[in-house]
Design a protein around this ligand. Structure first.
Ligand SMILES: O=C([O-])C(=O)C[C@H](O)[C@@H](O)C(=O)[O-]
Length: 309
């Protein structure tokens, strides 16, 4: 752990968890996934979060994933883990993350139940205080903090960022205007590239990138074009890559994960399409649609190292 109270910034890598034909974790595939993200300049590794099928991991698997992510990353960028759900299990996972040298964790929503703001505050507080690691609060589903609760939570030095997965920009403006630079603001919307042009002016300078698991150089070109104000390149990448992939992603529930695995397989990374319930694999027709988009995209936006289709 770097021990810095600094949020990761830039394009954030969210590896998947590859499974073999017996349904067990395929470690070689995961190591390749993390190395690929690092080789392509991703600025942080978030292990065992939503795209890492957090919901479907055993405690033992979780611990192994954290251990592997920290050792493969080897201090090159910060490593964050997913924690959340049941409070006592979240605290146990926070402690596992600390024991293995992670830099922090992304706190996912409590399991199923909805809570009032006081209840959400207590949920986050219990997890934040359970270790000295950095904490990123994930606005998502049944866990959406309003200004008062968030203002109290940012008094804990561990809290370094909020990751928005809800897309309520009325609320985001209220939060960013009032809390400002005390914490960092991360765009964690589904396929965050889509909304990044709207988020940058609000102070969200970083985003989680699902597509960086297979076309990181295109996400990077898009981000750089956005930061430079190069509208033509932004429009081209939207039309050629981001919007077509996002249209497929919206066709089935769970494609937030399974479409990443399909994309990785298509570009030749050693990852199978296998997923755990309730997520389902990408349908044949959608797989072929993704393959056609990627073929054209890689011709127009070739990576430095050749990827053949
Ligand atoms: O928890 C997670 O895995 C994420 O939030 C990362 C995803 O890549 C998310 O940004 C998405 O669904 O595109």
């Amino acid at each position: 752990m770097s021990n810095q109270r600094q949020a990761p910034s830039g394009i954030l890598g969210f590896p998947i968890v590859p499974f073999n034909e017996n349904g067990n974790i395929e470690e070689k595939g995961l190591i390749r996934n993390i190395e690929f993200l690092l080789d392509n300049g991703l600025e942080a590794i978030f292990i065992a979060c939503g795209s890492g099928e957090f919901h479907a991991l055993s405690r033992k698997e979780y611990e192994r994933l954290v251990e592997l992510a920290v050792s493969v990353t080897d201090g090159r960028v910060p490593v964050y883990t997913g924690v959340g759900g049941n409070v006592s299990e979240a605290i146990e996972k926070a402690q596992i993350s600390e024991k293995h040298g992670a830099d922090g964790y992304l706190i996912l929503p409590p399991y199923l139940i909805e809570g009032e703001q006081e209840g959400l505050y207590e949920y986050y507080k219990a997890i934040i205080q359970s270790t000295e690691l950095n904490a990123i609060l994930y606005q998502r589903a049944n866990a959406v903090l309003q200004l008062d609760a968030l203002q109290k939570l940012v008094e804990f030095p561990q809290v370094v960022a909020v990751k928005d997965g809800v897309g309520n920009n009325d609320l985001n403006i209220e939060l960013t205007q009032t809390i400002g630079n005390r914490i960092a603001w991360l765009n964690g919307m589904p396929m965050a590239e889509v909304t990044m042009p709207v988020y940058i002016p609000l102070g969200f300078n970083s985003y989680s990138s699902a597509i960086s698991n297979y076309i990181p150089h295109i996400s990077r070109q898009f981000y750089e074009a956005l930061l430079k104000g190069d509208k033509q390149s932004v429009n081209n990448i939207y039309e050629d890559v981001i919007l077509p992939i996002n249209r497929i992603r919206k066709k089935r529930k769970g494609y937030a994960v399974s479409l990443i695995k399909a994309g990785m397989e298509i570009v030749g990374l050693p990852v199978s399409r296998a997923v755990r319930p309730p997520i389902v694999e990408v349908e044949h027709e959608h797989y072929n649609e993704l393959k056609a988009i990627l073929k054209k995209a890689l011709e127009k936006y070739p990576p430095n190292k050749k990827v053949s289709l």
